[in-house]
Design a protein around this ligand. Structure first.
Ligand SMILES: [Zn+2]
Length: 146
């Protein structure tokens, strides 16, 4: 649990008052030094708290990423988030929605760079393609029968 800084400041204020009353120069110098140390500690504490939050977020992302990967399945040579998504893709007959595309990943980027890169789409006369925005890998996913 975090000690509220207002409590720290009021304790320092009370101490400073008592020191001033004592008119002791040595005590006053020590008090000022202590104040400066405490404010440095509060600032360090803020930095650590911020860093801690960032690390927690990164850890959560890493877990999510790991979880995502454990469910991956292949469809026509492309990685798909999970079995449920693959079933939805199989039901599409002329194009794949943006929602589903964000759950389709480049097999080349995953193999070479260990990155999950969502695919874009383009349409040609022969059908609906997915394409990697990073490495330009492409694959015909829905063939148009003319
Ligand atoms: Zn790629």
């Amino acid at each position: 649990m975090k000690l509220p800084y207002t409590e720290v400041r009021s304790a320092i204020g009370a101490l400073t008052k008592a020191i001033d009353k004592s008119k002791n120069l040595e005590l006053s110098t020590a008090g000022i030094k202590l104040q400066s140390i405490i404010s440095q500690l509060m600032s360090e504490n803020d930095d650590l708290e911020h860093e801690n939050k960032q690390l927690k977020d990164q850890l959560a992302d890493a877990w999510q990423n790991q979880f995502d990967r454990s469910n991956l399945v292949k469809y026509k040579g492309v990685w798909v988030a999970d079995e449920q998504t693959r079933k939805k893709i199989q039901l599409e007959d002329c194009e794949i929605s943006d929602d589903l595309l964000t759950k389709m990943y480049c097999p080349r980027c995953l193999a070479n760079k260990d990155q999950l890169i969502s695919l874009n789409d383009f349409v040609n006369s022969d059908g609906f393609y997915v394409e990697c925005p990073v490495c330009n890998f492409d694959r015909l996913i829905i063939e148009y029968i003319l």
